[in-house]
Design a protein around this ligand. Structure first.
Ligand SMILES: NC(=O)c1ccc[n+]([C@@H]2O[C@H](COP(=O)([O-])OP(=O)(O)OC[C@H]3O[C@@H](n4cnc5c(N)ncnc54)[C@H](OP(=O)(O)O)[C@@H]3O)[C@@H](O)[C@H]2O)c1
Length: 341
């Protein structure tokens, strides 16, 4: 039987500023034979994550840079087609770092099998029941420690993580203000997700609007973008505020980081706490988050939206949707068809 062909995007240049098509090379190569412990996965959905910009750079982040000439790193969901690992069999659904490719030959330890609830669309397992939901859940609840009646502000609010953070805040009983980059996004947050108020940071003066919307100060601020938005939020924090640093997407394409926030002194004056986190540190505890997230989905308390781009060929263009704000909700690339149910 002829060997199966794997189609992949390899990273061939370190991006300068935004990703360019020439940073990637399309390859079509025969898949290797499996050895003991390995699994062959057909990818169905590839997650487009802002972190990919850091992984493609030359400086180590919380993971080493992607080596030039290798398949671009990416989180994905797929179906096992062949297995020489006792924990997996053909037909199993799995998640993990499958990369920007149609098929992945991976060690069994590197992927996680999940049982699909037939009532849930498969997309839910990458938009919510994944590293995205885990980031929102642990970042907000363990680091932000929101309490009923408190004011929560979330930036990047109409994105994958931000839209879940705001809704979990509502479930906890917070008053939730979302910051996003268009009127369409703000309308979705209020009318579709039940946020109490919104700020369109591209059209409104963020600092004065936050002051008006949060007269008692911000108790929990969940930061996804950094820069001027974080600056404005720090100006408005309440005494004993918790500032959760999840992401700084506004700076990922910069050569030189911008000057630090102007109101950092408020962290001292208001006796606040600012703490960053990386979701992979919670990998051993994902199950703790998946139970409540799945229940909230089933109860209709948690909603999500996906922005699906068809075809792995589109991945280099699709990833930039995160940086120009074109996506609403979780950005995905559909690499292959879901199996019929
Ligand atoms: N710490 C962790 O473990 C962890 C895990 C997952 C994600 N993250 C971080 O969380 C953040 C959100 O990730 P995500 O996957 O949910 O992406 P996302 O929010 O779905 O997409 C990115 C959004 O960022 C906004 N944005 C882009 N450039 C911006 C700028 N210059 N200023 C303000 N907003 C800008 C855009 O929305 P607008 O239209 O509103 O501008 C865009 O839609 C990212 O910073 C990511 O790195 C961290």
């Amino acid at each position: 039987m002829p060997a199966m062909i794997n189609r992949a995007w390899k990273l061939v240049a370190r991006p300068e500023g935004a990703f360019k098509p020439a940073d990637f090379q399309w390859t079509e190569e025969a898949l290797p034979e499996l050895v003991d412990g390995q699994v062959l996965v057909r990818q169905i959905y590839l997650s487009m994550d802002p972190a990919s910009r850091g992984w493609a750079g030359s400086s180590p982040t919380y993971m080493p840079p992607v080596a030039l000439g290798s398949v671009m790193r990416g989180f994905g969901l797929g179906l096992v087609e062949d297995s020489r690992h006792q924990g997996f069999k053909p037909g199993d659904y799995v998640q993990g770092l499958l990369g920007w490719q149609t098929h992945a030959v991976v060690d069994g330890q590197a992927i996680t099998r999940f049982d699909r609830d037939p009532a849930l669309p498969l997309e839910a397992y990458i938009a919510v029941l994944s590293h995205i939901g885990a980031a929102a859940y642990f970042g907000l609840l363990e680091i932000g420690k929101p309490k009923a009646g408190e004011t929560l502000v979330v930036s990047g609010a109409a994105g994958a993580v931000g839209s879940l953070v705001g809704q979990i805040g509502k479930i906890v009983g917070c008053r939730v203000v979302g910051i996003a980059g268009s009127d369409e996004k703000c309308a979705w947050l209020k009318d579709g997700l039940g946020f109490d108020a919104t700020v369109n940071y591209k059209r409104e003066a963020v600092l004065s609007r936050l002051r008006r919307l949060c007269p008692g100060g911000i108790d929990v601020h969940f930061e996804n973008v950094g820069g001027q938005v974080l600056d404005a939020a720090l100006a408005c924090i309440a005494v004993r505020a918790r500032i959760v640093l999840c992401g700084f997407i506004s700076q990922y394409n910069d050569f030189v980081p911008p000057p630090g926030p102007r109101f950092l002194g408020n962290v001292l004056i208001r006796r606040a706490r600012m703490e960053g986190f990386v979701v992979i540190d919670y990998e051993d505890r994902y199950r703790e988050a998946m139970g409540p997230l799945a229940r909230w989905l089933a109860e209709g308390q948690l909603r999500y939206r996906t922005d699906v781009v068809d075809g792995l060929e589109q991945a280099p263009a699709a990833v930039n949707r995160l940086f120009d704000g074109a996506n609403i909700g979780k950005l995905l690339v559909r690499v292959s068809d879901e199996p019929s149910r």
